[in-house]
Write a protein that binds this ligand. Structure first.
Ligand code: SF4
Ligand code: SF4
Length: 98
């Protein structure tokens, strides 16, 4: 499900680990886990990632901001694909405000 160009990057020097785990708890697909031996957050299920950014937002909201997803565009900023009646691409026209 995940584009191979996409990377989950955690700055482990700044991560407060087991005292937080907001990123792990926010993930709906159990992509992340706390590794007790390594004492760090690890990616265990990369292919299940939905690129929903819940993990990155959780880290930022908690004020730590040491977690980021690289190579992905937030879904809300991606224009919906539009096609004409023959299935061809069509120019996206912004809405006119009145
Ligand atoms: S982007 Fe979503 S699915 Fe992927 S690791 Fe983060 S919370 Fe989980
Ligand atoms: S949310 Fe950020 S600070 Fe908290 S465990 Fe995850 S990466 Fe570390």
């Amino acid at each position: 499900m995940l584009d191979q160009e996409i990377k989950i990057i955690i700055d482990h020097k700044r991560c407060i680990g087991a005292r937080c785990l907001a990123c792990v708890d926010s993930c709906p697909r159990e992509v992340l886990d706390w590794d007790k031996e390594q004492k760090k957050v690890v990616v265990v299920n990369f292919q299940e990632c939905l690129v929903c950014f819940a993990c990155e937002e959780a880290c930022r909201e908690d004020g730590n901001n040491c977690y980021k997803i690289e190579g992905a565009i937030r879904k809300e900023f991606q224009p919906a694909p539009r096609t004409d009646m023959w299935g061809g691409a069509r120019e996206v026209v912004p809405p006119i405000s009145v």
